[in-house]
Design a protein around this ligand. Structure first.
Ligand code: ATP
Length: 286
């Protein structure tokens, strides 16, 4: 079975409070995008399933999130045998784009179809939370408000059609370190989440774009922060309606109304960065 595993971007990322269990209570508007990995899922050739990507440094076998998802599905449903997963990786890794979670979600959808389990997407998303907190959103796709650790989802009106330029600078940011640096009481700048929700309802792309923000941007260390700011400035300079960092970074994206402006921004960024993409909002499969 062939599957497309769409990446996501965070139109907003806010941290509301630190919970008693030590986790942070998040509020994020998430958007699936057409930048995607391609997966093949087939019954395993050997006694145990394997997972192999065309990127040599990614974990294989049961350390790969694709196999974690297969195990979670078998555990939750009692259905399905071992599967081999082969991944054509196009989504940058450790980029704030949920590439691994997208692969896990694709495997859940494959196992659901291959076994005839007939779970609804909501049921599949619930199971997916056991494989990672971004997996439920990756199962549902589209546009959604994600709360809690990211697993509590409310579907939202679709982001109006647009062009999205994503640029991943060549460094990674440690997610635990970022959370460690956030002092919830000292957050000065936050996204206007309610405003984004209203703009989505009104189909107002510019209204969404100008209210986007990611609270992690304020706690990124100075050097990477300068690079992130420079990418945002380049996107805005070339006509983006708004630009923000996605997830725990370091990927930065801009929303464009016009395709030629997006191409122009792509060409400019491509002079300095290898991982630059132009994509569109991904519409959920029915
Ligand atoms: P998020 O936005 O959900 O925080 P991310 O984009 O920062 O995710 P991923 O690319 O999903 O990060 O990868 C995170 C880690 O998971 C990496 O250390 C990687 O080695 C591991 N991993 C396991 N399986 C996969 C997979 N199929 N694809 C990508 N990474 C995987």
């Amino acid at each position: 079975m062939e599957l497309t595993a769409n990446a996501k971007i965070n139109l907003t990322l806010d941290i509301l409070r630190k919970r008693e269990d030590g986790y942070h209570e998040l509020q994020m508007v998430m958007q699936a995008v057409t930048l995607a990995d391609q997966l093949t899922v087939a019954p395993a050739k050997g006694p145990e399933g394997d997972a192999v990507a065309d990127l040599r440094f990614l974990p294989t076998g049961n350390k790969n999130l694709a196999q974690v998802a297969a195990a979670v599905f078998r555990q939750a449903t009692g259905l399905g045998g071992e599967v081999d997963v082969s991944i054509r990786k196009r989504v940058p890794v450790c980029a704030g784009l949920a590439g691994g979670s997208a692969d896990a979600a694709a495997v859940l959808r494959a196992m659901n179809a291959l076994t005839g389990a007939g779970l609804s997407l909501e049921e599949l998303a619930e199971i997916g939370a056991r494989a990672g907190s971004d997996v439920p959103f990756c199962v549902l796709g589209g546009t959604a408000l994600a709360e809690g650790r990211g697993e509590r989802l409310t579907p939202l009106p679709a982001l109006p059609p647009c062009h999205i330029v994503i640029c991943k600078p060549p460094f990674s940011i440690s997610t635990p370190q970022l959370f460690g640096r956030v002092n919830v009481r000292k957050i000065v700048r936050r996204p206007d989440t309610q405003g984004v929700l209203a703009a989505l309802k009104a189909g107002d792309l510019a209204g969404v774009a100008r209210r986007m923000y990611n609270v992690f941007e304020d706690v990124v260390e100075r050097r990477p922060a300068a690079e992130i700011a420079a990418i945002k400035a380049a996107l805005i300079d070339r006509g983006a309606l708004g630009a923000s960092m996605s997830g725990s970074g370091p990927s930065v994206f801009g929303l464009f109304e016009r395709s030629d402006a997006a191409q122009d921004a792509f060409s400019l960024l491509r002079e300095s960065f290898r991982d630059v993409f132009v994509c569109r909002p991904a519409v959920p499969e029915v």
